[in-house]
Design a protein around this ligand. Structure first.
Ligand code: TXA
Ligand code: MG
Length: 353
């Protein structure tokens, strides 16, 4: 199959391109598209064959459910029942946007889409290209992140092409995404709303709307023996080719420890990478302790860090580093999402200093 990469403007998506892409989805094909979080790999959510194709294209286990993307609030009632009061409140506050809700599914949603579950993950994204495509496709687009299984979620169309060229029909290239980490997932089917995956919409933001919100314990705790509730969080999603270690503590001690460990590893012949920040990158470089030092942005700007993390992990894979040392970030606010992805990539190899 030939994969067509088509440029499209975010602020004024070309109507003909959108119509063509929508037709591909209606015909059971696959189209990757930008959202405000990461690129998604879209298929018709109500067509079991499309969902099977998504799993095959990504090489993803088919018990890992997909998120159904909608482009109008009222479409939630066509695929979920009941829709609890909390869903109304969260939608009012955060939709369209980077929040996914888990609800009980209606029969029209095939189990192929939900990985065999009776529940369905629903998201109403804000990206204008995504919205136009969902509408053109008939309103319900299943879309996991558009990476090959085991690679970081793509923040650029070029990364989708690298992973899925020849496996999907089309990629809509709308440029770099805004957030860079996947949506927050909240389960509304239990006794209390529970965050299954942290994201841009933080616990604090959710609690400003709903009184109390639980957090799945497995999110930051590598020793936790419980089973994560989001099947996708069970898989060690992505591991860089190099062995990644996160160093956690006060910024000064972290910098000293990263320098010491990187220098020692390099002296032993390792090819060393460092995930630094704008505040520290130049100093590591001056020390000559690493083959590659990359800054994820300023420590003061967590949004920049979130946006560049997956790109930097991909770049290290291309550079064949064998050991990577990373600075750490706050475990609260948006930092919780950053640390969750970083710790997962590190297989929870974290050293406190
Ligand atoms: O930001 C995002 O959410 C992106 C963009 C494309 O929208 N999508 C995304 O999809 O990250 P994916 O498939 O890579 O991650 C979906 C996560 C998985 O961890 C999956 O297990 C979980 O959502 N999930 C989906 N349906 C679920 C359900 N019914 N119950 C529990 N977890 C569910
Ligand atoms: Mg994913």
């Amino acid at each position: 199959m030939e994969t067509r990469l088509v440029k499209i403007e975010r602020d004024a998506p070309d109507r003909e391109t959108v119509a063509r892409a929508g037709q591909i989805l209606r015909d059971g094909g696959l189209v990757a598209f930008p959202t405000e979080t990461v690129y998604g790999l879209g298929g018709d959510a109500l067509n079991p064959d499309s969902s099977r194709k998504i799993y095959a294209a990504k090489g993803r286990p088919s018990d890992n459910p997909l998120i159904v993307h909608i482009c109008r609030w009222e479409d939630i009632f066509r695929i979920a029942d009941p829709v609890p009061e909390a869903a109304y409140q969260l939608a009012e506050a955060f939709w369209p946007g980077p929040l996914t809700m888990i609800l009980a599914k209606k029969d029209c949603v095939p189990r192929e889409t939900t990985g065999g579950l009776d529940t369905v993950a629903i998201r109403f994204p804000s990206d204008p290209i995504a919205l136009a495509l969902i509408e053109a496709a008939g309103g319900f687009v299943a879309a996991p992140s558009a990476n090959a299984s085991g690679r970081p979620s793509p923040t650029l169309a070029q990364y989708v092409l690298e992973d899925l060229d020849g496996r999907i029909d089309m990629i809509l290239d709308g440029g770099e995404v805004g957030i860079g980490l996947e949506s927050t997932i909240v389960d509304l089917t239990g006794e209390r709303p529970t965050i299954l995956r942290p994201g841009y919409v933080t616990k604090e933001m959710l609690e400003a709307v709903l009184k109390q919100v639980d957090v799945d314990r497995t999110i930051l705790d590598g020793n936790c023996r419980l089973r994560p509730k989001a099947p996708g969080m069970r898989y060690r999603h992505y591991a860089p080719k190099g062995e990644l270690t996160v160093i956690e503590g006060s910024p000064e001690r972290v910098m000293a420890a990263v320098s010491q460990k990187a220098g020692a590893a390099r002296a032993q012949g390792a090819r060393v990478g460092i995930i630094a920040t704008d505040e520290t990158a130049a100093r590591y470089r001056a020390q000559g302790i690493a083959d590659s030092v990359k800054s994820v942005g300023s420590r003061a700007d967590e949004e920049a860090v979130g946006r560049s993390l997956y790109r930097i992990l991909r770049e290290f894979d291309d550079e064949d580093v064998t050991e990577i040392y990373s600075e750490s970030f706050s475990r609260s606010g948006f930092g919780q999402a950053i640390m969750n992805r970083l710790l997962k990539a590190a297989g929870h190899r974290v050293e406190q200093v």
